[in-house]
Design a protein around this ligand. Structure first.
Ligand SMILES: *[C@@H]1O[C@H](CO)[C@@H](O)[C@H](O)[C@H]1NC(C)=O
Ligand SMILES: *[C@@H]1O[C@H](CO)[C@@H](O)[C@H](O)[C@H]1NC(C)=O
Ligand SMILES: *[C@@H]1O[C@H](CO)[C@@H](O)[C@H](O)[C@H]1NC(C)=O
Length: 366
């Protein structure tokens, strides 16, 4: 009898240790999840979750097949993807719901966050497309945020609302359309690429100051990919599928200036905190070593028509590949769901020095 009795407390101790450990882990996890109450997402088609569906005159839309073919329920949501996009995976990593499109319920309070991102949007208002609003430019997205903030202040009171915003995360995914727009038209060469990029950055800087002035404190900035390696740009080359090195050069120049501009903002503004993700390097890693990321096809789009399935965008009459998870690109410019998930995994893993000056975990913990 005695040995049996003696064993009982040991077993109980082990149970207790497991219980306490579990409790501790849960406490750490729970408190982490609670530190990001909401996501306020700004950007272009890499992050749009359906805002452009609500712009009647816009032609920049993805609300038709084969987009959404791998989304739960094969739902066509307006995402420029076969499934979910980077904004969804950022939310997933934080354990909060995907931010819904602002224009789906413009009168909502959006306590859990909202997305202002719009396909085709850029830093410059010119990306709006003139009198007939085709896309929601970044400046306009901030105007919409200001409206949401007003509702939050009414709902929570000013102190709680400011606290809520200060803890929330503001992902910013923008700039590709400005760069592509500049190099599309030869007439734009009146401005040198250097001048153009400098103006992009000073405009972005002003807009970010405005956002900080409205209570945003924690930013996640996503750098530009090597834009010249998109299927569309590869398809424009002379009989080769090579990347457009000029576009890559200027994408990288922009990113270098971007990092400097963010350092300035951090010095200038109180409580301006950010993580910057080096999309450019990670993208090149995907291209140079696809197998390491579970990919096989990094040049051709999955959905589209013509050379590299990139001469005609993804429409109901386009062809599409059967194994989407092996493709880096869904269509002529946008990554597949699988690639977007891998990118966001790397953003949150903080490994490889691709996130600076602090990791997203450090950013959240501030
Ligand atoms: C861009 O649009 C915003 C409003 O959406 C406006 O406040 C700003 O002055 C415009 N910028 C320029 C350079 O026209
Ligand atoms: C294609 O070839 C023409 C003529 O040789 C050249 O001027 C042009 O730069 C080339 N385009 C690209 C994208 O390489
Ligand atoms: C699709 O690709 C993935 C990753 O390479 C692989 O695991 C899977 O078996 C493939 N599925 C089909 C149907 O080919």
């Amino acid at each position: 009898m005695a040995p049996l009795l003696a064993q009982k407390p040991v077993v109980a101790d082990i149970y207790c240790i497991f219980l306490c450990l579990g409790l501790l882990l849960c406490l750490i996890r729970c408190s982490k999840a609670q530190t990001v109450p909401a996501l306020y997402v700004f950007g272009d088609s890499l992050a749009d979750v359906g805002n452009n569906n609500y712009l009647p005159l816009s032609i920049v839309k993805a609300d038709y097949p084969h987009n959404g073919i791998d989304y739960p329920g094969k739902k066509i949501t307006g995402r420029f993807s076969n499934g979910k996009n980077a904004a969804d995976f950022i939310a997933e990593q934080l354990g909060i719901p995907s931010a819904p499109p602002y224009l789906s319920q413009p009168n909502n309070v959006f306590l859990k966050g909202v997305s202002f991102a719009s396909g085709g949007a850029g830093i410059f208002n010119a990306t709006e497309g003139g009198i007939l609003e085709q896309v929601i430019s970044l400046a306009k997205q901030v105007t919409h945020f200001s409206t949401v903030r007003g509702k939050l202040l009414q709902e929570l009171g000013s102190i709680s609302a400011e606290e809520h915003l200060a803890k929330s995360l503001f992902p910013i995914i923008i700039g590709s359309n400005d760069i592509l727009g500049h190099f599309k038209s030869a007439s734009n060469y009146k401005t040198s690429p250097q001048q153009y990029i400098a103006l992009m950055l000073s405009t972005l800087q002003q807009i970010m100051k405005g956002l900080h002035g409205l209570g945003a404190r924690k930013f996640l900035f996503i750098g530009l990919p090597p834009l010249g390696c998109s299927p569309k740009q590869r398809s424009l080359g002379n009989n080769t599928d090579e990347c457009n090195e000029q576009l890559n050069f200027w994408s990288n120049e922009y990113n270098q200036g971007f990092k400097q501009m963010l350092q300035q903002l951090e010095l200038e503004l109180n409580n301006f905190h950010y993580s910057y993700f080096d999309t450019y390097t990670v993208f090149l890693n995907f291209i140079h070593n696809p197998a390491a990321y579970g990919l096989k096809e990094i040049k051709s789009a999955c959905c589209g028509l013509g050379k590299l399935r990139a001469q005609v965008p993804c429409t109901p009459i386009s062809q599409y590949c059967s194994n989407r998870s092996e493709y880096l690109f869904w269509d002529f410019y946008h990554p597949t769901e699988a690639a977007a998930r891998s990118f966001v995994d790397i953003v949150f893993s903080g490994s490889g020095g691709h996130v600076s000056p602090i990791t997203v975990q450090q950013l959240i913990a501030i």
